[in-house]
Design a protein around this ligand. Structure first.
Ligand SMILES: Nc1nc2c(ncn2[C@@H]2O[C@H](COP(=O)(O)OP(=O)(O)O)[C@@H](O)[C@H]2O)c(=O)[nH]1
Ligand SMILES: [Mg+2]
Length: 202
């Protein structure tokens, strides 16, 4: 049996949204900034003998920013985009304004969420962990705020060094409630799969 999951990745320009996706899909990292147009990716993920077909929306800040509305998500290149099943909000741990940015986006999601609807989980991701000597706030302070006040998951990663990239997608799937077998977390491994739209075994 396969499940379809739409995951929207949001955050200020330059925080590493595209870099995270590229590491996840292709184990690649580019030092230069990616084209800011975003994109839609459709990898398949195998987790505990189940296949999940993901639609990952790399949403450019020009489309959705704290000044915009969530209705504009339908403009992201896929005609039938519905509200996402899960959100990844990325900030740069060295950039305070990028945290303020996702704080506003989080508020926007909460405001636009239809009353009584099943809550799509939101995972907060602090990227650029490799630059942590320049971080603007202690990790435990941010994690506590995000978990206690926002009721969101929190994870830090480095897209540059492919550190915690798999873990963050796995955490997200767990949170979505897709983890059929909760005991099998330690043996995470990535296997090269299909070209282009990859098949990832978590
Ligand atoms: N040092 C470091 N740089 C990163 C990391 N992730 C992304 N970058 C760099 O940050 C810049 C912006 O990345 P990009 O993925 O284009 O950001 P986006 O606008 O959020 O999609 C690029 O120069 C990347 O090389 C990371 O984990 N560590
Ligand atoms: Mg980008």
């Amino acid at each position: 049996m396969a499940d379809f999951l739409k995951i929207a990745i949001l955050g200020a320009p330059g925080v590493g949204k595209t870099a995270i996706i590229q590491q996840f899909l292709w184990n690649e990292f580019a030092e230069e900034a990616h084209c800011p147009t975003g994109g839609v990716y459709r990898p398949s993920v195998v987790l505990n003998d189940r296949i999940y077909h993901l639609v990952i929306l790399d949403i450019p800040a020009s489309l959705i920013s704290p000044a915009h509305t969530l209705e504009r998500w339908s403009e992201v290149g896929d005609q039938d985009i519905q509200p996402a099943h899960a959100y990844i909000l990325v900030y740069d741990i060295c950039c305070f304004s990028s945290f303020e940015y996702i704080k506003a986006i989080h508020q926007l999601i909460m405001t636009k969420r239809p009353a009584g609807s099943r809550k799509a989980p939101i995972l907060i991701v602090g990227n650029k962990r490799d630059l942590q000597r320049w971080r603007v706030a202690p990790r435990h302070n941010v994690a506590a705020l995000v978990k206690r006040s926002w009721k969101c998951g929190y994870i830090e990663c480095s897209a540059k060094y492919n550190w915690h990239i798999l873990l963050l997608f796995k955490e997200l799937l767990k949170t979505v409630g897709c983890l059929a077998c909760k005991g099998a977390h330690a043996s995470a491994c990535l296997q090269g799969g299909l070209r282009g739209d990859r098949c990832v075994i978590l």
